[in-house]
Design a protein around this ligand. Structure first.
Ligand code: SF4
Length: 85
């Protein structure tokens, strides 16, 4: 059986889909989460280096680097989007 991502239980992309639509979330599940390609998911890679959760705005194939994601998460860059949650 192929290895899957250990973050699935708590990951909003896996559980709720993306902010764009549910279908995109399904695609990410089959392309990343449920295959060994989770090791290339930028959410997964960033989570290895951040203390807090990775915001839903960060997609598995984000156009920015993992370094940039980590920098943004740690600086509170995404907090403004999640203010009312
Ligand atoms: S989106 Fe990435 S971090 Fe989330 S469950 Fe899928 S592979 Fe893991």
């Amino acid at each position: 059986m192929e290895e899957a991502c250990s973050k699935m239980e708590k990951c909003p992309i896996f559980n709720e889909g993306t902010l764009l639509n549910e279908k995109t979330g399904e695609t990410y599940k089959t392309v990343y989460c449920m295959t060994e390609r989770y090791k290339q998911c930028k959410r997964y890679l960033a989570s290895q280096r951040c203390n807090g959760p990775i915001p839903v705005q960060v997609l598995p194939n984000a156009s920015i680097t993992v370094d940039e994601i980590v920098k943004r998460v740690n600086s509170g860059f995404y907090d403004i989007f999640n203010k009312n949650k």
